[in-house]
Design a protein around this ligand. Structure first.
Ligand SMILES: [Zn+2]
Length: 223
């Protein structure tokens, strides 16, 4: 009887060790972190529990927004989303869908990073943030398994800026230039990395030659 139990216990041990190893092997490793996909999804909006506090922060940061929670039949969507048409002094075309945490982070970045850098390098304030989109129900480009943070409205692709005097700064045209606009864009990189969890610039690859991908997902990357 005891021998049978011992065999059963040994078998259970082997099965659970195997399950653990399988789980460990199937989780993504990003910058030394190992995160199961479902945890990454659930945690993707932890910062943005779209409670009254996040909305209050948006008010304080002078954002023009309306709550816009949305769900989909798939994993995409965000029940803590807003549509923001203006963040501080900068307008956003089409009032894009953003998780409240994304909107809050963009608002802090606009105030603490974007406007001071524009004043320092270009002597002007930014009146419009140009973007290629926020919400898009899709996987990470090149990944068969993992959803992009765009799928949760947790990411924005910023393609350029319009300044107070109407001058335009384009990530695609100006990033590599040795002039004030190029220096402004490149000077944004490090403080932008500090503000967002993931910041991908034209330094990353050709897929990002015309925009900054900024997201507030769980992973961290600065390229
Ligand atoms: Zn993106």
């Amino acid at each position: 009887m005891f021998r049978r139990l011992r065999h059963l216990a040994a078998a259970l041990l082997i099965v659970s060790a195997g399950a653990f190893l399988w789980q460990a092997a199937s989780t993504p490793r990003v910058d030394g972190l190992s995160i199961p996909e479902h945890v990454a999804y659930i945690a993707s909006d932890l910062r943005g529990a779209n409670d009254a506090y996040c909305m209050m922060r948006l008010e304080k940061l002078d954002a023009a927004y309306t709550p816009a929670p949305f769900t989909t039949p798939s994993v995409c969507g965000n029940e803590f989303a807003v549509r923001a048409s203006r963040i501080g002094g900068a307008k956003l075309k089409n009032a894009p869908l953003m998780s409240c945490s994304l909107a809050e982070t963009v608002a802090e970045w606009e105030q603490d990073v974007l406007q001071p850098a524009a004043l320092e390098h270009l002597g002007k304030r930014v009146r419009r943030i140009q973007h290629l989109g926020t919400y898009n129900c899709r996987k990470i480009r090149g990944s068969a398994r993992f959803m992009s943070q765009h799928a949760y409205a947790n990411a924005i692709d910023v393609s350029g800026f319009v300044l107070d005097d109407g001058a335009r700064v384009s990530v695609e045209r100006d990033w590599a230039r040795e002039d004030a606009k190029g220096r402004f864009l490149r000077a944004l990189k490090q403080p932008t990395c500090d503000a967002f969890n993931v910041t991908l610039t034209p330094d990353k690859d050709a897929l990002h030659k015309n925009h900054f991908h900024l997201d507030v997902g769980l992973w961290r990357s600065c390229k």
